[in-house]
Design a protein around this ligand. Structure first.
Ligand code: SAM
Ligand code: SF4
Length: 461
């Protein structure tokens, strides 16, 4: 059955809408512990793959969006970014010493708001990157853009600096919603940016939307979705609003009673899935859609799709270095995270130390589960024989279902409700089950038993 024809019922939503991880890594970032020696970073990097992906976190934003769950610093002081770049330079120099000359084939600037940086600051950042790393000539270079902090001139500048992918935060075009989230931005501005991006030859344009925001209604959200489709982006992210006011104080400005209730939130999601798939977008999974000729969609069609801290990706699952405050790295089965607070990040680098505060080394069992969860979340099926061979389970005499007996038990109710089909050689997430792929993956998560209902994770829908 086609995913756009499915109508999910509230009973299923209530049954499976647990707090669950998004599996941008396995184990999730919550497993990272302070009981981790930074020496391990050095030894991991010494043997790391030749090609790496790089993520750089720019935490600054000009204004607070009330819904925001990102690690950001809201400020009007532009010079703070100069200081931050000084420290990024120190961090890059430390990594350069540990890595030697490695090629970067993917570079992503995220935030906060990378376009908080002026053109001059962006030039400086790219000059630093080229000084300390060997950025491949055909590297994918992408940036998250707050449309309000961008201009035609800045877009031209980004293109000249080598950026070839852009992602704009739209969230919703409706004015009442925009006022409630403290993010009023003109549709015309976004239209112009998208058009200019095309004229300048950016390879891919992504638009971020959120469903579940205050005052969203079917009629107005439907109009927003139509506006998005009319702009014809290559990719669309449709995030579920994660409302965790205890973790993100800015969200306390959003009153619970302004939010759509659970049935309406589900209708908004269904509407998004229907409209985007009817318009020819491939539902990549979780919250992503892409045109069928887009690199992400093609990677999925060819079984090469991966997932890392930036979400779905064509490369960089186990060879990603994160620079800047709060960034997470994952290289060859080792995870580590920088200090979240900018001042802690600066303090470590003042001592000529990497700002790593936490880490985790995957065991053999973790690696196995990580590979399995990645396959399910990226491709919605698992060929058990192929997986057992690839992970050498067969050669050491392990039977897949013996090894994952606990998971089989947990999967039983998903099977009974038609969300998963399990047979001797295959696990398949059905079209109906795709919404719950996170919960299905959670059956294989060895860390989750006691954490599954904790409010530290957002709800699946
Ligand atoms: C770092 S922001 C994107 C760049 C830029 N700062 C902007 O806002 O346009 C990343 C995206 O995360 C999403 N986001 C932020 N907070 C969220 C939340 N609480 N729930 C769901 N999505 C959220 C938004 O769609 C946002 O565009
Ligand atoms: S959504 Fe983007 S612009 Fe808004 S506060 Fe968060 S990071 Fe900053």
């Amino acid at each position: 059955m086609d995913i756009s024809e499915i109508s999910w019922n509230q009973e299923l939503i209530d049954k499976y809408n647990i707090n669950g991880p998004r599996y941008t890594s396995y184990p999730t970032a919550l497993a990272l512990s302070e009981n981790f020696s930074v020496n391990r970073v050095a030894s991991t990097l010494a043997n790391s793959p030749v090609q790496l992906s790089l993520y750089i976190h720019i935490p600054f934003c000009h204004k607070l969006c009330f819904y925001c769950g990102c690690n950001k610093v809201v400020t009007r002081h532009q010079h703070k970014a100069d200081i931050y770049l000084d420290y990024l330079a120190k961090e890059m120099a430390l990594y350069r010493t540990l890595l030697g000359a490695r090629q970067i084939n993917q570079l992503h600037l995220g935030g906060g708001t990378p376009t908080f940086l002026t053109e001059q600051q962006l030039s400086r950042l790219m000059a630093l990157l080229h000084r300390y790393f060997d950025v491949a000539t055909d590297a994918e270079i992408s940036i998250e853009i707050d449309p309000r902090s961008c201009s035609e001139s800045k877009l031209r500048h980004l293109r000249a600096l080598g950026f070839n992918r852009v992602s704009y935060g739209v969230q919703d075009f409706d004015q009442q919603v925009q006022i409630a989230i403290n993010r009023v931005q003109d549709a015309e501005l976004i239209r112009n940016h998208v058009q200019t991006s095309r004229e300048l030859g950016f390879d891919s344009v992504n638009l971020d939307l959120i469903y579940g925001l205050p005052y969203q209604q079917i009629k107005s959200f439907s109009a927003s979705l139509d506006q998005v489709i009319a702009l014809s982006p290559d990719r669309i992210s449709l995030f579920s609003y994660a409302h965790l006011p205890s973790r993100f104080p800015g969200q306390r400005k959003i009153k619970d009673e302004w939010l759509p209730d659970a049935p309406l939130k589900l209708e908004l999601l269904q509407l998004g899935i229907k409209k985007f798939t009817d318009a020819g977008y491939q539902f990549i999974g979780m919250d992503h859609f892409a045109k069928s000729d887009d690199a992400l969609a093609q990677a999925q069609q060819q079984g090469r799709l991966q997932r890392n801290f930036q979400g779905y990706t064509t490369a960089g699952q186990d060879c990603l270095i994160g620079l800047g405050a709060s960034s997470i790295s994952q290289v060859d089965g080792v995870l580590w995270q920088n200090a979240k607070d900018v001042s802690d990040y600066y303090a470590a680098l003042d001592n000529d130390q990497l700002a790593v505060v936490k880490g985790f080394i995957l065991s053999q069992d973790d690696r196995l589960r990580a590979a399995l969860i990645s396959q399910l979340i990226c491709h919605f099926f698992l060929d058990i024989n192929q997986f057992s061979e690839k992970c050498a389970l067969t050669s050491i005499g392990f039977d897949f279902w013996n090894y994952f007996a606990d998971a089989k038990h947990k999967l039983a109710s998903f099977v009974a409700d038609g969300l998963v089909i399990v047979n001797a050689n295959r696990i398949e997430v059905t079209a109906l089950g795709r919404l719950w792929v996170r919960s299905i993956c959670a059956c294989f998560d060895a860390y989750l038993d006691d954490a599954v209902t904790t409010p530290r994770y957002s709800k699946v829908i």
